[in-house]
Write a protein that binds this ligand. Structure first.
Ligand code: MSP
Length: 555
């Protein structure tokens, strides 16, 4: 099991980022979380969905815990992969990107992401600030121009050295077609950065999470001198990129362009920390003291792109003079049925088809419940259906449905006098969930929530309200049981909101409550008001393995 990121003292960013705006209002730095930006060379897939969903759960949980959060996602639109995909469809790259970016934005909406911004690397706001970064680093002597003759992987858009060569002189098929090239390019001097980065990662054990990924980065950094990074491509060979401001014969290397999005988005919105470095004379963007985002609190990425985020990105930031992000959260990769997902073999999970069939919350639930941030995951359709029925339909859905149906049947839908029979269990769960959410232990948080679901379902079986209802002398007892159950459902809605926002809202509405259960403090026991009328009970997760109508029975 990976260790949780240590995050104490609680929310140091708030304290560090506090300052006064020009209006004298005390402003705080917001919790700023990002995802990788997706290549638009194909349609969004399960891997994209997983990363965006876990990031959304973290962003929502921070907001619920009372901390303003800013969630950035977007699309990576330059470079050879995208240019080739556009060509293959006979489209101009920009028109192709416009279409695909719209698809990715719709995908974000279908996943119910609560992102505050969506950055596209072909937007002028991004390109302008990337050029500002390049100009600054060039002026400060971080780049040099040189000729290179050697091997180049077109698939990975990267130069290869003898190290990547196998003893028989060939290259691993993962590099695709390898060609020999001789060309001029601009290089970023890396040598001076290697030691401080090693020291930094050693001194800040939470910088890369989980720890086995940190060790991987340290192993890489300590094993060899860091080669200078080629940050350009000749426009004659690849023109789908941002021209270097100091030499328009070249475009920017796609990774330099893409990584910059984490600061160009806040910069474009006026983040003073970013602009003080990239636009000190205020020529490009007006600073807005209300947008205090940088440094990011977490970059959420997949394991394949760790070197870019834990080596090149910190070095780029250090060279710019910007503080480093607090943490890089590295998630694993999903397979399906123990095999790599691939369109050509047909072994894929289509997120939109799953959402259409089972609902977005069932999809979000499976992803988060099944896989912690770190290890690889394995999707099986049978596993998905089993979780749906056991946890969602028979567990949560049944609890809420029978609680509300009993309230309707035995108390005309009116909430009875307060009681505290499950208050202790609910408070314990609330405490556990808070601790897990603060440490990004999302799977563990769901496990705690489901312990309460199970406990409440047992409580129905133990107290047997349908029997109490038959005996008028047990009226007060029945009131106590029904209140405790309904209040538990309300608490569950609050705890579940970051994970299953739609379901949480439905539970609130069915309880007759207005607003969204989006504030963790509302998980305090006793929120349901006696005398209040509940709404209509409707099954939250209809069963799919038997005819409709058998899903939930009261009592
Ligand atoms: N464009 C770059 C990222 C630039 S970030 C400055 C890129 N794009 S990608 O579309 O190939 O991948 C986007 C994210 O999806 C990456 O974090 C990647 O690890 C993740 N995933 C892609 N396939 C995945 C799985 N099968 N499972 C889980 N996540 C995976 O890389």
């Amino acid at each position: 099991m990976p260790h949780a990121p240590c995050r104490s003292p609680l929310w140091p960013a708030v304290a560090k980022g506090a300052g006064l705006s020009h209006t004298g209002v005390r402003m705080s730095k917001r919790f700023y979380i990002t995802t990788a930006i997706d290549y638009v060379n194909g349609l969004p897939h399960l891997g994209h969905a997983y990363e965006k969903v876990i990031t959304d759960v973290i962003a929502r949980s921070q907001r619920s815990l009372g901390r303003p959060a800013f969630f950035l996602t977007g699309t990576d639109e330059h470079g050879q992969k995208v240019q080739q995909a556009a060509l293959a469809e006979g489209k101009a790259p920009q028109a192709y990107c416009d279409e695909l970016a719209a698809v990715f934005k719709q995908f974000a909406a279908r996943l119910q992401l609560s992102n505050d911004d969506f950055i596209r690397t072909t937007e002028p706001r991004h390109k302008t600030l990337v050029q500002a970064i390049l100009s600054k680093l060039h002026a400060e002597g971080h780049f040099y121009k040189a000729n290179y003759t050697g091997f180049y992987s077109t698939k990975e858009e990267t130069f290869l050295t003898e190290r990547e060569r196998r003893p028989d002189g060939t290259f691993d098929p993962k590099w695709g077609t390898v060609i020999e090239l001789s060309e001029d390019n601009y290089y970023f001097r890396m040598g001076r950065h290697q030691q401080w980065l090693i020291d930094y990662i050693e001194a800040n054990p939470d910088f890369v999470y989980p720890d086995y990924r940190r060790n991987e980065v340290l192993g890489f950094l300590k094993s060899q001198p860091l080669e200078d990074l080629c940050i350009s491509r000749p426009a004659t060979r690849l023109n789908w990129g941002i021209p270097l401001p100091f030499d328009p014969q070249f475009v920017t290397y796609v990774w330099f362009d893409a990584l910059s999005n984490y600061v160009t988005a806040p910069g474009s919105l006026g983040d003073p920390t970013v602009l003080a470095v990239l636009d000190p004379e205020g020529r490009l963007v007006k600073p807005n003291p209300e947008v205090q985002l940088w440094p990011a609190d977490a970059h959420v990425i997949g394991k394949d792109i760790i070197k870019f985020h834990a080596v090149y990105w910190p070095i780029m930031l250090k060279a710019m003079g910007l503080p480093l992000p607090r943490q890089i959260l590295v998630h694993g990769w999903w397979q399906k049925d123990e095999a790599k997902m691939s369109k050509s073999t047909g072994n894929i999970v289509d997120p939109l088809a799953v959402i259409d069939e089972w609902g977005v919350d069932a999809f979000r639930y499976y992803l988060v419940r099944e896989l912690d941030i770190g290890p690889d995951g394995n999707w099986t359709d049978a596993g998905f259906a089993a979780r749906y029925h056991a946890d969602l339909a028979n567990g949560l859905g049944n609890l809420v449905n029978r609680t509300l149906a009993m309230l309707k049947r035995y108390r005309n839908g009116v909430v009875p006098t307060r009681s505290t029979e499950l208050a202790g269990e609910a408070a314990q769960t609330t405490g556990q969930v808070r601790t897990h959410l603060e440490a990004y232990r999302l799977k563990a948080a769901l496990e705690s929530v489901w312990a309460l679901v199970t406990r409440a379902n047992q409580y129905v079986d133990q107290t047997a309200p349908f029997r109490l209802a038959k005996d008028p002398a047990q009226a007060a007892r029945l009131d106590a049981v029904l209140y405790s159950l309904a209040e538990t459902c309300r608490v569950l809605a609050v705890l579940l909101w970051p994970f299953l926002p739609g379901t949480a809202a439905k539970i609130y509405a069915q309880l007759g409550l207005s607003g969204e259960p989006n504030q963790f403090t509302a998980a305090q026991w006793g929120g349901l008001t006696p005398g209040q009328t509940i709404g209509e009970p409707t099954p939250l997760f209809p069963r799919k393995d038997q005819p409709r109508g058998g899903a939930s029975k009261p009592g």
